[in-house]
Design a protein around this ligand. Structure first.
Ligand code: BJW
Length: 231
């Protein structure tokens, strides 16, 4: 691959599918078992915090099982970052930690991180590897608050947007990997990058909802496509 000046890479649930982590919108995906509005909105959380904490506790436990590992797609992106550390902005919508475990260091978790909890009042974020319960209170406020998962639900503001839009404004290559393009603002990044003159490429199992917006497309499993593209 010829080195562009700046590359923005956006990943979604599809990159972690072959590591054994379920995607959202597949027929056996996470939304098949749960209603989106129950487990991925602030309203759902306020209605039934125990249900929502249980949903994330189960995913947190699964992520830390021995058989869950980064796959060749995560490793290929980490290799690319080692080759071009200054030229790459890696943005993930995933809350798993598989990019970091593969060696990626300069990573933006725009929808948060499963292994962290957050105080809803001060915004303080702390590492959290075990189950999270309503009785787990923050230690930052005068009146301690129940900690919540450090994730971004529908209607909430994604994280790192200033850095993301800054990188999109200067990138000449935009690569989207394993995302359905169903959720904004991430679904708008290809348009944004295209406006700035970047070459855009989709690497996905199948054409996404945004397929027609990409200059180049390759379809198949990420564990094969990504190493073949970046190496
Ligand atoms: C493989 C593979 C393999 C499988 N190899 N590929 C109307 C119009 C426009 C916008 C809105 C609207 N109404 C509301 C909105 C905004 C809303 C939104 O987008 N709603 C849509 C439903 C329309 N967005 C928000 O509310 C966001 N905030 C916001 O907009 O703030 C205001 C704002 C304004 C202006 C600028 C900026 C901000 C927040 C969105 C938060 C999303 N949160 C979740 C949950 C996170 C925590 C958790 O993990 O539980 O994020 S929802 C869920 O979807 C999760 C994911 O990150 C996200 C995207 O899913 P992803 O990764 O694409 O997964 P899938 O399953 O959809 O797709 C997997 C893909 O992989 C598929 O294509 C497969 O084919 C492929 N695949 N195996 C390669 N082996």
């Amino acid at each position: 691959m010829q080195a562009p000046k700046h590359i923005v890479i956006l990943t979604g649930a599809g990159i972690s599918a072959e590591s054994g982590i379920k995607t959202f919108r597949a027929s056996d995906g996470l939304w098949e078992e749960h209603k989106v509005e129950d487990v991925a909105t602030p309203e759902g959380y306020h209605r039934d915090p125990v249900l929502v904490q249980g949903f994330y506790n189960a995913r947190r436990q699964q992520l830390q099982q021995e058989q869950i590992h980064p796959n060749p797609a995560h490793y290929a992106l980490a290799r690319l970052e080692r080759l071009y550390p200054e030229q790459i902005t890696l943005i993930t919508q995933n809350i798993d930690n598989l990019h970091e475990r593969a060696g990626s260091q300069r990573l933006i978790h725009m929808h948060g991180e499963l292994l962290r909890a957050r105080c809803p009042v001060s915004g303080q974020v702390i590492e959290w590897r075990g189950d999270l319960h309503q009785e787990d209170l923050c230690s930052c406020c005068q009146f301690p608050q129940p900690l919540r998962p450090h994730v971004v639900w529908f209607g909430e503001m994604p994280l790192g947007l200033d850095r993301i839009y800054g990188a999109l404004a200067q990138c000449d290559l935009f690569i989207s990997i394993g995302t359905s393009g169903a959720v904004y603002p991430a679904a708008g990044f290809v348009h944004e990058a295209g406006l700035n003159g970047a070459h855009t490429i989709e690497l996905n199992l199948e054409p996404s909802e945004l397929e027609s917006q990409f200059d180049e497309k390759r379809y198949g499993p990420a564990s094969l496509l990504v190493p073949a593209y970046v190496d």
